[in-house]
Design a protein around this ligand. Structure first.
Ligand code: A2R
Length: 321
């Protein structure tokens, strides 16, 4: 097997498989028992990352040359409700994978561990503004502000330790916000695109519910993100961490404006306190120079095009297109 995607039943997995399918690679993917792969050609296996023997058996049998580790408890809200599960899946799960690889003789795959821009968190007050609003480079100190971010920061440390201590071919990424068709409406862009399509279809009054519109985030099309993952798998330095994002922060207000402009409905914006997060980080912007320098990657999808694709997908689902 050339490439194995672990945790492929989520949002990113099928995009990554489709990206891998652009080359003549033998691709495998793992899902939890109740999950399936939405699209792409691959051999599918069921795997719970908490079962170390399951991983070892799978790797021993198929010896994938590349392993993309996406499996995670990836919801920030769920990580507050169930920190133990988040620690188990995100930290112990990663450890299980790396120990399983280590236990197999003469086996030296490349491994990509997917972390998050959330690891940087809220930079402490006291920084001068010029520092505070600067894009975060991989060397910026981490201040994870929730259990999910904390587990991803820990995953990063484990990856970097194992690369150094055992000479393993592990590359770590910190992915910033990625959006696209198939994303859960618990994420802001998917939520707005769904609400607007529902309004157009007459399923809801012409009022869009919003949270904090002033926060700025670094949004990318998920297809750009997975292309960066495959390039890093090939060209990233082992033991190194790479930010993956657009390199430009956009206010949630701007994102909303772009979507509203795509609709002919006159829609009222209503702030909903339930959607406000008091500890929101005001600006998250990635410094992506290391990624660009080491891989030659550049984003290809303009934000507006991605948003239009998401909105049109919902319109199709509601029979409007
Ligand atoms: O939580 P679920 O039921 O949606 O399943 C998720 C799955 N997963 C597991 N897989 C194997 N063993 C486990 N014990 C386990 N627990 C959860 O990993 C889900 O199908 C997949 C991760 O996909 P998403 O949650 O949709 O994340 P997404 O957006 O695809 O992001 C991929 C990676 C994750 O590591 C994120 O934390 C990172 O990129 O941003």
């Amino acid at each position: 097997m050339d490439a194995l995607v672990i945790g492929a039943g989520g949002f990113v997995g099928s995009y990554l498989i489709q990206e891998l399918n652009r080359k003549p690679l033998h691709v495998g993917a793992t899902v939890l028992p109740r999950e399936h792969i939405r699209s792409g050609n691959c051999d599918v296996f069921t795997l719970d990352i908490m079962q170390e023997s399951e991983i070892r058996n799978l790797l021993q049998t198929h010896r994938p040359k590349q392993i993309y580790h996406l499996a995670a408890q990836s919801s920030v809200a769920a990580s507050w409700k169930n920190p133990e599960l988040t620690i188990d899946v995100n930290i112990k799960g990663t450890l299980h994978l790396l120990e399983a690889v280590r236990s197999i003789e003469e086996y030296y795959p490349r491994i990509l561990l997917v972390g998050s821009g959330e690891e940087y968190g809220y930079r402490k007050s006291g920084y001068p503004k010029s520092v505070y609003f600067r894009p975060v480079s991989e060397e910026t100190p981490l201040h994870p502000g929730n259990p999910y971010a904390m587990t991803k920061a820990c995953q990063n440390m484990i990856g970097s330790l194992y690369a150094k201590a055992y000479g393993m071919g592990i590359v770590m990424v910190r992915a910033f916000n990625h959006i696209g068709v198939g994303q859960s409406p618990t994420f802001v862009a998917a939520d707005f695109a769904l609400q607007i399509a529902e309004i157009e279809a007459g399923f809801r009054a012409p009022v869009i519910q919003v949270g904090n519109l002033s926060a700025k985030r670094d949004f990318s099309d998920v297809r750009d993100i997975v292309r960066a993952y495959t390039l890093l798998m090939e060209k990233g330095y082992a033991g190194e961490t790479y930010n993956v994002g657009s390199g430009h922060a956009v206010a949630i207000q701007e994102l909303l404006d772009m979507l509203l402009e795509m609709s002919s409905e006159s829609i009222v914006i209503e702030k909903n306190p339930a959607r406000m997060r008091p500890s929101d980080v005001p600006v998250m912007e990635a410094d992506i120079s290391r990624l660009c320098q080491d891989t030659g990657w550049k984003p290809e999808y303009p934000l507006e095009e991605t948003l239009r694709t998401m909105l049109n997908h919902n319109r199709k689902n509601f029979g409007l297109l």
